[in-house]
Design a binder for this molecule. Structure first.
Ligand code: HEM
Length: 565
C-alpha cells in the first residue's frame, strides 16, 4: 500500500530532500570559503565584490536549479543560504574569543560592524556617544570590529609622539581610489607623509608666520567692519564662518573668496558641511565610501568639494599674489623645497583643514563668553587695560586671560572632538600600552573630547573655568568650592586639541594668532550680548561632531564701542 493521497501531494518526494540538502551544503560550503577569501583580501574592488556577492551565488543556483520547481526558488534559496553563511561567519568570528580584540570591552553592535558607528556618526553626536562608552567601559573601548578608542592621557605620547603610528584606515574612505593624490592629513604612509609635510612646515615657520600677520590683521578688520554694518541680532556663527573661509583663501590661495563682502554666493558653506557629514560616514565605512564614490549622485557633495578646491588651486596657479601664500611653498616658488609636491599633490593639499576648526573654536568661545558674564567682564578688563597695545600680535601672546579663555574653549569643546585615528599595521607590528597589547592591523584613536573631560586630568571637567590656565596663585581665587578635597587637578599633558607629534596640526600657531586677534578686536570694538530668547541648551545640543564641528546659529546683539579700523 502507498502513502495516503493527501500526504503524497503535500510533501515532496524523498529525493527532493536530498536535492535541498545538497544545495544547502553547497551554498554553505561556498559561503564559508568566500568568508575566508574576504578575510584574507579585505577587498573593496567592485569587480571582486560583484563576483563574490552576486556571480558566485548565481552560478550556484544554476547548478542546483534541477532540484527546485522553478529557477526563482533556486535563486532565492541559494542567495539566502550563501549570504547568511557569509554574514554569520563574519559575525561569529568578530564575537569569538579568537578575535585579536576579544578581550577589549565594547557594545555588541560596535564589535559586529563599523556600519553602526557610521550610522551614529550621521546624527552628529559621536563625541558624546564615545564619551559615554568610556564612562561605561573604561579607558579602552572596542568601537569597531578592529578599532579601539582610548581615553588615557598616558597613551597620547606612545601613540602620537615621535614614534607615532601612521594614520588609520579611517582616511581611506575620504578619497576616491582613483584620486590622483590625497591631502596631507589623509596620507597613511609615514614616509610619504613626512615628505609632503616639508613645504607645510616651511609655510608655518616663525618667519613665515610673521608674513601672515598683516593678512590676519586685515581680515579681522574686515570682519569688524562687516559686523558694524549688520542689523542686530547677528548670526555670529555665519559671520565667523565667512571670516574663516576668507581667511583660509587668503592664506592658501592668496585670496579668492570674499564672503564677508558678498555673502556665500556659491553655497560653499552648506556644501562643505554636507561633504564633511558624508565624509564621516565614508571614513567609518571605507568600503562603502569607495562604492558610493562610484555613484556620482550619492558622493556628489564630496566630489563637488574636491572639484571646488581644485578650481581655486588652478586659478591661483595662473597668478602670483602680492604676499607669500601656502601655494608659494607648495609650488616651490621660492626654490627652497627639495622634492616639491607634484601639481596633483599641491591641489589635494589645498583641501585642508583650517577654516571650520578655527571657526568653530571662535564661535564656541563667544558662546561660552556670553553665557559666563564674569569671564566676559574679566577678559574685557584685560583688553581695555592694554589700550591700543591690545591690538598688537606680540601683546596678545602675553595676555594671560585671553589665552586662558582660548585654551579653556579648546579643552571643553575641542574642534576635532573625536580625534584623528591612527593604526598599527603589519610593518609597525603590535604596540604595548601599559599592560595592554594592541595587535597589528588595529585602528586606534585617542578620543580628545573624553580625555579633556576626564576628571583625572581636569578638576570639574564639564565646567568652563579659564582660571585653571592661570598660575597656581591665581587659581586659589576660584574659591573653596573648587578645592573640596584640597587639590585642583590640571594635567597639561592631557590637553591636545591640535593633537601632538609629527602629524599634529601644522596650523596651530596660525590658529592662535587668528583667534587672539579676532577675539580682541571684536571685544575692543563692540559690546556684546546674546539676543532675547536665545536657547543655550538648544545651541549646546546642536553642536555636531562631523570630524570638525557644525554649529547652530548664535544670535548676538552688537553695540559699537570705539572707532577703530
Ligand atoms: C583651532 C583651530 C584648529 C584646531 C583645533 C585644529 C586641529 C587639528 C587636528 C586635531 C588635526 C589632526 C592632527 C593629527 O592627525 O594628529 C589637524 C590637522 C591639520 N590641521 Fe589643524 N586645527 C586648527 C586650525 C588649523 C589651521 C588654521 C590650519 C591651516 C592654516 C590647519 C591645518 C591643518 C593641517 C594641514 C593638518 C594636517 C596635518 C598633518 O597631517 O600633518 N589647522 N588640525
Amino acid at each position: 500500500m502507498g502513502l495516503p493521497l493527501s500526504n503524497s501531494l503535500t510533501q515532496p518526494p524523498i529525493h527532493h530532500y536530498h536535492g535541498y540538502l545538497d544545495s544547502f551544503l553547497l551554498a554553505l560550503g561556498f559561503g564559508i570559503t568566500s568568508y575566508f577569501i574576504f578575510k584574507k583580501s579585505e577587498t573593496h574592488s567592485p569587480l571582486y565584490l560583484a563576483i563574490l556577492l552576486v556571480a558566485v551565488p548565481c552560478a550556484l543556483s544554476l547548478s542546483v536549479a534541477r532540484h527546485f520547481s522553478c529557477f526563482v526558488y533556486s535563486l532565492s534559496f541559494t542567495f539566502f543560504v550563501y549570504l547568511f553563511t557569509l554574514v554569520a561567519c563574519i559575525c561569529l568570528y568578530r564575537l569569538s574569543p579568537w578575535h585579536p580584540l576579544a578581550t577589549y570591552p565594547g557594545p555588541l553592535l560596535c564589535k559586529l560592524s563599523k556600519l553602526w558607528l557610521g550610522y551614529v556618526s550621521q546624527q552628529g553626536r559621536l563625541h558624546i556617544y564615545v564619551w559615554r562608552l568610556h564612562q561605561k567601559y573604561g579607558d579602552i573601548v572596542r568601537i569597531g570590529p578592529n578599532e579601539l578608542s582610548i581615553r588615557s592621557a598616558g597613551s597620547i605620547l606612545p601613540l602620537l609622539g615621535p614614534r607615532e603610528l601612521p594614520k588609520g584606515p579611517w582616511f581611506d574612505g575620504r578619497y576616491p581610489e582613483d584620486a590622483p593624490a590625497r591631502s596631507l592629513i589623509s596620507l597613511r604612509n609615514s614616509h610619504e607623509h613626512s615628505m609632503r609635510r616639508r613645504p607645510w612646515n616651511q609655510a608655518f615657520s616663525v618667519s613665515a608666520l610673521k608674513d601672515y600677520e598683516p593678512l590676519i590683521d586685515a581680515r579681522t578688520s574686515k570682519l569688524v567692519d562687516a559686523l558694524s554694518r549688520q542689523e542686530s541680532p547677528v548670526n555670529l556663527t555665519q559671520w565667523i564662518f565667512y571670516f574663516a573661509y576668507d581667511m583660509m583663501s587668503d592664506f592658501i590661495f592668496g585670496g579668492g573668496t570674499e564672503m564677508l563682502r558678498d555673502g556665500d554666493v556659491g553655497g560653499l558653506w552648506p556644501m562643505l558641511e554636507s561633504a564633511q557629514k558624508t565624509g564621516l560616514l565614508f571614513s567609518h565605512v571605507p568600503w562603502l565610501g569607495q562604492l558610493l564614490f562610484k555613484t556620482p549622485l550619492l558622493a556628489g557633495s564630496r566630489r563637488k568639494m574636491i572639484a571646488c578646491s581644485m578650481q581655486f588651486a588652478r586659478s591661483r596657479k595662473a597668478r602670483r599674489p602680492t604676499h607669500k601664500d601656502l601655494f608659494y611653498y607648495l609650488y616651490n616658488e621660492g626654490g627652497t623645497i627639495e622634492n616639491a609636491p607634484t601639481e596633483a599633490e599641491a591641489f589635494a593639499d589645498s583641501i585642508s583643514a583650517g577654516a571650520d576648526t578655527s571657526a568653530s573654536a571662535i564661535v564656541n568661545l563667544f558662546y561660552l563668553l556670553l553665557t559666563n558674564p564674569a569671564t566676559y567682564s574679566r577678559l574685557r578688563a584685560e583688553i581695555d587695560g592694554r589700550e591700543d597695545r591690545a591690538l598688537e600680535f606680540s601683546e596678545q601672546a602675553r595676555m594671560p586671560y585671553l589665552n586662558a579663555v582660548i585654551n579653556e574653549t579648546l579643552r571643553i569643546l575641542p574642534p576635532v572632538p573625536s580625534g584623528s585615528p591612527r593604526a598599527t599595521t603589519a610593518e609597525t607590528g603590535g604596540r604595548m600600552l601599559g599592560t595592554r597589547y594592541i595587535p597589528p592591523n588595529t585602528a586606534v584613536n585617542i578620543h580628545i573630547f573624553s580625555v579633556h573631560r576626564d576628571p583625572r586630568n581636569f578638576s570639574f571637567p564639564d565646567n568652563f573655568v579659564p582660571e585653571r590656565w592661570l598660575s597656581e596663585e591665581e587659581r586659589k581665587h576660584l574659591g573653596p568650592k573648587f578645592f573640596k578635597d584640597g587639590s585642583f587637578v590640571h594635567n597639561i599633558a592631557a590637553f591636545h586639541p591640535f593633537s601632538v607629534g609629527p602629524s599634529s596640526c601644522v596650523g596651530k600657531n596660525f590658529a592662535y594668532l587668528e583667534m587672539r586677534m579676532l577675539v580682541t578686536k571684536v571685544l575692543f570694538n563692540f559690546d556684546l550680548r546674546l539676543a532675547e530668547g536665545f536657547d543655550s541648551r538648544k545651541y549646546k545640543h546642536g553642536i555636531k561632531d562631523f570630524f570638525t564641528m557644525a554649529l547652530e546659529a548664535l544670535p548676538v546683539v552688537f553695540t559699537r564701542r570705539k572707532t577703530y579700523l
